[in-house]
Design a protein around this ligand. Structure first.
Ligand code: 5AD
Ligand code: SF4
Length: 349
């Protein structure tokens, strides 16, 4: 149980304190945790909400992560690729709608070579003044550097779990140490670097989630995306119960706790209210996270004909249920009472 003392503005939270909060289920104590995270958010990054246009441009992937619908082994998925012009046009369209960041995301699809992505970055930067975030999986150092030199601003690469054994069970073709080295390399190259985890993935413990949060701090991660794990029956990761219809999803509350604790521990980072949250709680998922420390929203601006094919888990991942897709900025401002930033929205250090 928590006391009435004002919470944790000075002393860093210890591992055992984080675990204690993750296990907390007293509603008054949780309300206090979220208010504290909201205060830290206001003090450290202000009241602006940053909105990002997400373009999922290919659902091909050479990896076989056990939990993900895009895994190469999933033969039930119709695959698609957008060509260079389609990607550049989608980014320009997002710019015209008012976005000042575009997130280019795909499975690990090597058909988009270093050169192809360079051309896309140049094409977008020549046409509009917009920040580019890449989320293209593990690539060689030289390639990451080339993309940065062409003008890419940010890179997302979630570490998913800080438990090396669990990491390697879930990712048969990836190595935990390599993932962490890549995050360090991205920082060194100069990218604003994003990581994140899936909250509630089978095999995870409260202790490992506390380590995840401390790792964000240790690596000086700039952007932290924490969403719930959502069971996908087309993947080999077992449901928590033998009957997949009875699969128990992580509670949205658990994700809000991770968001709030990540904010309190890392203070001035960018933390999205992840789209997966609206799959768990369509009405309130995004808004609750924004009141518990989050300050970023990613909106799916993938062209309509491809959108439903980016099926990481079986749900439409657009938070369109609450955000009018025609007018996301005004809708967010009305719903939250907070201002939507019209600039790049870089992390200010
Ligand atoms: N549930 C929630 N998130 C998932 N991701 C992949 N599969 C799932 C799932 N079943 C997320 C991972 C990965 C990104 C591609 O999508 O965090 O980084
Ligand atoms: Fe591919 Fe990423 Fe899905 Fe793994 S999580 S299968 S790398 S898209």
């Amino acid at each position: 149980m928590l006391t009435d003392e004002p919470l944790l503005f000075d002393a860093p939270l210890s591992h055992s304190e984080i675990v204690q909060f993750l296990k907390e289920d007293d509603l008054a104590a949780l309300a206090k945790l979220y208010t504290t995270a909201d205060d830290v958010r206001f003090l450290c990054v202000g009241d602006d909400i940053h909105v990002r246009a997400l373009i999922n441009f290919s659902n091909h992937c050479r990896r076989n992560c056990l939990y993900c619908g895009l895994r190469q082994g999933n033969a039930e998925l119709t695959r698609f690729r957008m060509n260079e012009n389609e990607i550049i046009s989608a980014a320009i369209k997002a710019y015209k709608k008012g976005y000042r960041t575009v997130v280019l995301q795909s499975g690990e699809d090597e058909l988009y070579t270093e050169k192809v992505i360079c051309r896309i970055i140049i094409g977008i930067k020549q046409s509009c003044d917009i920040a580019i975030t890449l989320s293209l999986g593990e690539r060689p150092y030289k390639t990451l550097k080339a993309w940065f030199n062409e003008g890419a601003d940010r890179y997302l690469l979630k570490h998913e779990t800080s438990d090396p054994e669990l990491y390697e069970q879930l990712h048969p073709d990836l190595r935990f140490d390599h993932r962490i080295d890549m995050l360090r390399n991205l920082k060194e190259i100069g990218y604003q670097t994003g990581s994140g985890i899936m909250v509630g993935i089978p095999g995870q413990t409260y202790e490992s989630v506390a380590n995840d949060i401390l790792l964000f701090k240790e690596l000086d991660i700039d952007m932290i995306g924490c969403g719930p794990y959502i069971y996908n029956p087309k993947t080999p990761l077992q449901a928590a119960t033998p009957d997949e219809n009875l699969y128990i999803q992580p509670k949205p509350e658990y994700v809000y706790k991770v968001v709030a604790l990540s904010r309190i521990v890392t203070r001035d980072t960018h933390i999205p209210a992840t789209t997966a949250l609206s799959a768990l709680n369509p009405e309130l998922g995004i808004l609750s996270a924004l009141s518990a420390g989050a300050n970023v929203i990613m909106i799916n601006e993938t062209p309509e004909q491809y959108r439903r094919l980016y099926e990481i888990y079986p749900k439409d991942e657009t938070p369109a249920d609450i955000l009018s897709p025609e007018n996301p900025f005004e809708t967010i401002e009305q719903l939250t009472g907070r201002h939507v930033a019209r600039d790049y929205g870089h992390r200010h250090l």
